[in-house]
Write a protein that binds this ligand. Structure first.
Ligand code: NAD
Length: 283
């Protein structure tokens, strides 16, 4: 069997960042993204830094608001309200996780849906379920862009999503369903996951469990999308046993260099979309 096609998210994201840079320049609009980070989580700080670097590259103005973990929910809600009301701010991103004393749902629901570039507001999630225009969560939409780039059409395919989180599992399942795949969602309480994955044409793993998806779980020709970000012995790895699975799959995303970069470019694209929509409303 020929080795799997590597779905190169890094390369595609570079290409799309360049295109977006040109589009933003041509538009004459300067989109503005504000990120909000609470506490000292090192991984969150790194993700936010990467987002600001991407903003700079494409010509999006960005501001990072950082608060101590001691901030109250009320103060954080006030901040969000202020950002909602500022016409110069087009996108608001609240980096998760938030400290336990803050209700994440309250904060995400406070972000104006038209500035919700992460696509986590219930209005946008509802629009996703209705298959109507709205902001889609960045990681799932980035995966769909990657599949399209490589000519992988989910229509009529059997797709298995591992993980049911609101930021990845459920929205990627909805996007695949909207694209006419037949979708099964597996999760931590699913028994005998192999029985589902063995039947799959497309597997999206978003469990956050290193090496969980092994070669004996997939059938030849399957497309394998690895969303997982795990650290094992100081090394970054996904959920998929890449070396073994890539011998059987027809296409596979690497970690790093697969889904991660697609998430960031999608955030940039969503922010430009927010700027266009909001700017048009103000004209
Ligand atoms: P989460 O912890 O919110 O959800 C994990 C899901 O996996 C849960 O629904 C759980 O039921 C399921 N699960 C856990 N163990 C399982 C098992 N053994 N078998 C079957 N299902 C199992 O995590 P999340 O936010 O959805 O993120 C998932 C992974 O994706 C993490 O590693 C995260 O770091 C990564 N992630 C990557 C990106 C990216 O851009 N590449 C973006 C978001 C999340």
């Amino acid at each position: 069997m020929s080795p799997a096609t590597i779905l190169n998210g890094k390369m595609l994201s570079e290409k799309r960042l360049d295109l977006l840079h040109d589009e933003i320049e041509k538009s004459g609009i300067t989109p503005c993204l504000v990120t909000v980070i609470v506490g000292e989580d090192r991984a969150s700080q790194m993700y936010v830094r990467m987002k600001h670097t991407a903003c700079e590259r494409v010509g999006i103005e960005s501001e990072g608001l950082e608060y101590s973990a001691a901030i109250t929910e009320a103060d954080l809600l006030n901040t969000i309200q202020r950002l909602n009301q500022d016409p110069d701010i087009h996108g608001i991103l609240v980096q998760l996780p938030l400290p336990e004393h803050i209700n994440t749902g309250h904060i995400l629901r406070a972000v104006a849906p038209e500035k919700d570039v992460d696509g986590f507001h219930p209005v946008n999630l509802g629009l996703l379920l209705e298959n109507e225009p709205g902001f889609r969560p960045c990681t799932p939409l980035g995966i769909m862009t990657l599949l399209a780039e490589y000519g992988i059409d989910p229509a009529k395919k059997r797709a298995v999503v591992i993980g049911r989180s609101t930021d990845v599992g459920k929205p990627i399942a909805a996007l695949l369903l909207n694209a006419d795949a037949t979708v099964t969602i597996c999760h931590s309480k699913t028994e005998n996951i192999n029985a589902y994955t063995k039947e799959a044409d497309i597997i999206v793993s978003a469990a956050g469990r290193p090496h969980m998806v092994r070669a004996d779980m997939i059938s030849p020709g399957c497309v394998v999308i690895d969303v997982g970000i795990n650290h094992v012995d100081g090394k970054l790895c996904g959920d998929v046993d890449f070396d073994e699975v890539s011998k059987i799959a027809s296409a596979i995303t690497p970690v790093p260099g697969g889904v991660g970069p697609m998430t960031i470019v999608t955030l940039m694209e969503n922010t430009f979309k927010a700027a266009l929509n909001i700017s048009c409303k103000h004209v």
